[in-house]
Ligand binder design. Structure first.
Ligand code: SF4
Length: 394
């Protein structure tokens, strides 16, 4: 009997291990979320650096570092050195023009704006090749979403004068890189990084390598940070691996004084789960997120219906306190809609002590979200023509 129990425990343990192991094979095109346990495993398995307190202090003006939403990085030291010695550095990001801007895309968009405010030149790509390969949207059909998405990011504060903005389908640099580094890619590598996928997605991944190195090809060697959700790390690993080998091959035997190329860096943020408590915001589940083009009534309804960390009734809430760490209302305020750190900390404390009730808290969150969206729409309206002009779309 004893041995039987031991064997059962071993099987259970290894089943969990194998399950987790599979899960760690991240799929940047899937809608699965990655929870905190997986994050710890990913950090160890793929060598992501944890943001130390001293690094956090260097970026303390950036809300995503201050609130520990960004938890990991690669090569941020190069960026810190560039900032401290007043040298050029870049932030690179982009959007897949497959629909309207939504709550899930807001984090990366605001991160690029924050890095630009800290002194980076921003490089922003409209990933229309990826929207074709992943969603089957032809380039011409993606144009309206591209204009709409770009107007959104301009309204969020991206300064076009300190940016370079391109469409993948129109940018020869990214296509050339795809061919140049493609010769270093083997079937085994793509299988190990992405698993088995349609070939077009591998091509889209190679185009993304081009997007990420474009700042250095266009404006010379400079450290580059790519702010991403943790689920996008496979693209970062692929880029670093291919570019490291490409430049090593190219520079073989040459005497190099200055760095000829900086390995692209990245920051990693925790992903926001679905508003309704499901794993991830997904188009397949419209209650899990809201778009910026949605009617205010619909946004209000979704925020009101969000999963909270509240107790079953008022009495229990007052006795036991709420669980803000599990609450989507608290999370969306922390990520995006509460600017005041003190107010956010106060909310957390009052919730835990049972002094704040979910009804009142949701009402406050709805007001904040609605006023953010209304102000955003007003700014955006004036920027649509500018977006059209930048993208050269009539
Ligand atoms: S009081 Fe607010 S933060 Fe606390 S669980 Fe309820 S909605 Fe969430």
């Amino acid at each position: 009997m004893f041995y039987f129990v031991v064997i059962l425990i071993i099987i259970k343990h290894y089943k969990i291990y194998f399950y987790k192991k599979e899960y760690v094979n991240m799929d940047p095109w899937s809608s699965d979320n990655i929870d905190d346990d997986d994050i710890d495993r990913i950090i160890k398995e793929f060598g992501i650096e944890v943001v130390s307190e001293s690094v956090r202090q260097k970026f303390i003006s950036n809300r995503f570092f201050r609130r520990k939403i960004i938890f990991g990085h690669r090569s941020l030291d190069d960026i810190i050195k560039a900032i401290e010695s007043d040298k050029h550095w870049a932030v690179m990001s982009g959007i897949k023009p497959s629909g309207p801007f939504h709550l899930g895309t807001l984090t990366t968009a605001l991160e690029i704006v924050e890095f630009q405010k800290m002194g980076a030149k921003a490089y922003y790509c409209i990933a229309d090749i990826e929207s074709w390969e992943d969603n089957g949207i032809p380039y011409e059909e993606a144009e309206e979403s591209a204009v709409d998405n770009l107007a959104d990011i301009l309204a969020l504060g991206l300064d076009p004068k300190k940016s370079y903005i391109w469409r993948q389908s129109k940018e020869p640099i990214v296509k050339n890189v795809c061919f140049k580094v493609g010769r270093l890619l083997t079937q085994n590598m793509v299988n190990a990084i992405y698993g088995e996928k349609p070939f077009g997605l591998y091509l889209a991944a190679l185009i993304q390598v081009g997007d990420i190195v474009l700042p250095q090809l266009m404006d010379g060697p400079q450290p580059t940070v790519v702010p991403v959700g943790i689920d996008q790390d496979p693209h970062i690993r692929l880029t670093r691996d291919l570019t490291r080998r490409y430049y090593k091959e190219k520079m073989e035997g040459k005497k190099i004084v200055e760095p000829a190329f900086f390995l692209p860096g990245a920051t990693y943020h925790r992903l926001l789960p679905g508003l309704d408590g499901t794993d991830k915001m997904s188009k397949r589940n419209p209650n899990s997120y809201f778009t910026f083009n949605e009617p205010i009534e619909s946004i209000t309804k979704k925020v009101r219906g969000a999963l909270t960390g509240g107790r079953r009734n008022k009495k229990e809430q007052q006795e036991l306190g709420g669980e803000p760490q599990k609450c989507m209302i608290y999370k969306i305020l922390m990520y995006h809609f509460e600017d005041d750190d003190e107010k956010l900390a106060e909310n957390f404390e009052q919730c835990v002590k049972g002094e704040l009730l979910c009804g009142e808290c949701k009402k406050n969150a709805v007001e904040k979200v609605v006023s953010f969206i209304e102000a955003h729409e007003e700014k955006k309206e004036k920027l649509v023509d500018k977006a059209r002009k930048i993208l050269n779309i009539e």
